[in-house]
Design a protein around this ligand. Structure first.
Ligand code: NDP
Ligand code: 7N6
Length: 306
């Protein structure tokens, strides 16, 4: 693979200034410039989303872990390699997911709501609880799921997991395969989703899963909105089948103004911000540079999707 010039596509602005990523790539020794949809002067691009102009390039690097919006067949047909950024989000998304769980347990979100009204409103005696000794089931134990499992284990939660490969995983006790999802969630106080959006995972959290969950349980979704059936989630919240949720991702983003999900006291909505951090560009640059060197040496690209 011949990769001399790398374009940092404008779409990267969703996570960091493209100029910062290009400059850091140059610091690491790559020939990188910011580009728009005219990619004729480069061999490869780093991009947040897909553009048809990319097809035919040697290589496209997606600056996200989730590449569900990329047309994989078109990449295969055009012979353009596609890589993703899985591996860099464990700390940020792990902290976001743990943070929303702490907020729900320690009632930080209701205190902040009351603060906006200058109200001194203590929770009822039986509302607050501690995460220590509570059971968390993490669905998907890649970089993101493990990032959460490690942090939850660190504060004394009992962590179980769901993944396709049922091998022992650090910071988890029992590992379930996806066909045992109902068993995996049944006794959990928190169920956190960290799977990619694929044909297998689309809508995997449906009415039956909410019915299997405890009625004092919370769903945490830091994966993709499409992993959950939104109507079933709203119905479960209305029926009291679950107690609440922490949601970073939605079937439609931005979450529409008229979505009922804005309304629940015990649903904390974050605007797909779980992965954001000021040095995001550094982590992406390290991955891109590593793969540029692999390309130059004719070695297999890491995180290769197509
Ligand atoms: P990884 O590829 O590292 O991990 C994916 C995990 O999901 C693996 O453990 C895999 O199982 C498991 N998995 C895949 N399919 C299934 C299935 N059908 N049932 C159960 N488990 C399954 O990805 P990352 O951890 O880096 O990211 C995961 C997803 O999180 C991304 O695809 C993205 O959609 C989302 N994400 C969201 C962010 C945000 O900003 N909120 C930031 C980063 C990621 P196995 O280990 O057996 O292969
Ligand atoms: C950055 C989101 C991913 O898949 O969706 C995330 O990596 C990135 C705002």
């Amino acid at each position: 693979m011949h990769v001399d010039r790398i374009g940092v596509h404008e779409s990267v602005r969703a996570v960091c200034p493209p100029e910062a990523l290009a400059e850091h790539l140059r610091d690491l020794g790559a020939d990188a410039t910011v580009v728009g949809d005219d990619v004729s002067a480069v061999d490869a691009v780093a991009a947040f989303g897909h553009a048809d102009a990319f097809l035919g390039l040697e290589w496209v690097h997606c600056v996200r872990a989730g590449y569900d919006e990329f047309p994989l067949d078109a990449y295969r047909e055009s012979g353009t390699a596609l890589t993703n950024s899985s591996g860099i989000h464990g700390a940020a998304v792990g902290e976001t997911a743990l943070g929303v769980m702490l907020s729900l347990a320690r009632r930080l979100h209701t205190a902040r709501d009351a603060q906006a009204e200058r109200e001194w409103a203590q929770p009822a005696w039986d509302e607050s609880f501690t995460l220590t000794d509570e059971r968390l089931t993490v669905v998907g134990l890649g970089a993101v799921g493990r990032g959460l499992a490690r942090r939850a284990d660190g504060i004394g939660m009992r962590v179980d997991g769901v993944r396709r490969t049922p091998t022992p995983t650090p910071h988890t006790r029992e590992i379930y395969t996806p066909d045992r999802l109902h068993d995996a969630v049944a006794d959990a106080r928190f169920v956190a989703l960290a799977v990619p959006l694929t044909d297998d995972t689309a809508g995997m959290v449906d009415r039956s899963v909410f019915e299997a969950m405890r009625d004092d349980a919370y769903l945490v979704n830091v994966a993709r909105g499409g992993v959950v059936e939104t109507d079933a989630l709203v119905a479960a919240l209305d029926a009291g089948d679950i107690a609440g949720a922490g949601l970073d991702v939605f079937e439609r983003e931005p979450l529409p103004e008229d979505s009922p999900l804005w309304e629940y006291e015990d649903v904390v909505v974050t605007p797909h911000s779980g992965a954001l951090k000021r040095d995001y560009y550094r982590d992406v640059a390290a991955l891109v540079r590593q793969n540029a060197l692999h390309a130059a040496a004719d070695e297999e690209l890491v995180n290769r999707v197509v």
